[in-house]
Ligand binder design. Structure first.
Ligand code: B16
Length: 226
């Protein structure tokens, strides 16, 4: 069996928006007198905006400081800060190795999708000039259960009409890797801090991605000749 689709996480795989999320959360945390640093930011990768704010409050021992509506307002405020930063992105912010991989995959008839839980994914893809490169961009608003649940990756595969076993998923977060594995797909981790199930293939950086590396490792697992 050979792979027919590659499904990409956005933040940390196509571009490094993790730093922008960090700066936006840091601005909010400073305003609210909450402690927040880059290490804590690692915990927020791949999880939703509201869940992220819960984690920050929990890490500060202030779980009960705000009611539901106030928490939503704070998360929205952070999103405003984040969207300001997204406008500074340009084509130069596409991570290394991504454009050649997208071109090679396209030339080989492999379908491509974006499986991000970010509600800002479309704007980010527009800013970095990749909006037209994908056959499908999953809409997180239509997904009931976010990563590590497999739903977002399964939705992408379903929209492409390709079976999960023929898909490769790429993510930089533990939640994303578990989402891919539970979907029954081949999981590639990019510099993941593994705290649970490990990906099938771990790469140090997106610069190590290439179609031949993905094909070789996928086919080895499926015991198919490339
Ligand atoms: P937004 P991914 C995730 O994107 C980020 O890793 C995570 O830090 C963020 O909280 C989440 O998107 C929601 O993003 O606030 O823009 O809707 O990793 O699934 O591409």
């Amino acid at each position: 069996m050979k792979p027919k689709a590659i499904l990409f996480d956005l933040d940390g795989v196509l571009t490094d928006t993790a730093e922008l999320h960090y700066l936006a959360w840091k601005r909010l945390a400073d305003e609210l007198g909450l402690s927040f640093d880059r290490q804590q930011n690692e915990e927020l990768k791949g999880i939703s905006r509201t869940e992220s704010f819960e984690v920050i409050l929990r890490n500060n021992g202030q779980t009960d400081r705000y009611g539901k509506e106030e928490k939503e307002n704070m998360a929205n405020r952070k999103n405003g800060y984040y969207r300001e930063l997204v406008e500074t992105l340009t084509e130069k912010d596409v991570l290394p190795g991504i454009k050649p991989l997208l071109e090679e995959a396209r030339a080989n008839g492999i379908r491509m999708g974006v499986a991000s839980v970010s509600h800002n994914a479309v704007r980010v893809l527009e800013r970095i000039g990749l909006i037209d490169r994908f056959d499908v961009i999953a809409d997180p608003a239509k997904v009931k259960r976010l990563k590590p649940d497999p739903e977002i990756f399964l939705t992408c595969a379903d929209q492409l009409g390709i079976s999960p076993a023929e898909c490769i998923g790429i993510d930089d977060a533990q939640a994303g890797v578990e989402s891919i594995l539970s979907a029954g797909m081949y999981a590639v981790g990019i510099h993941v801090t593994v705290t649970g199930k490990a990906p099938d293939l771990m790469l140090a950086s997106t610069a190590d991605l290439s179609l031949s590396v993905l094909m070789k490792n996928f086919c080895q697992k499926k015991q198919t000749v490339v």
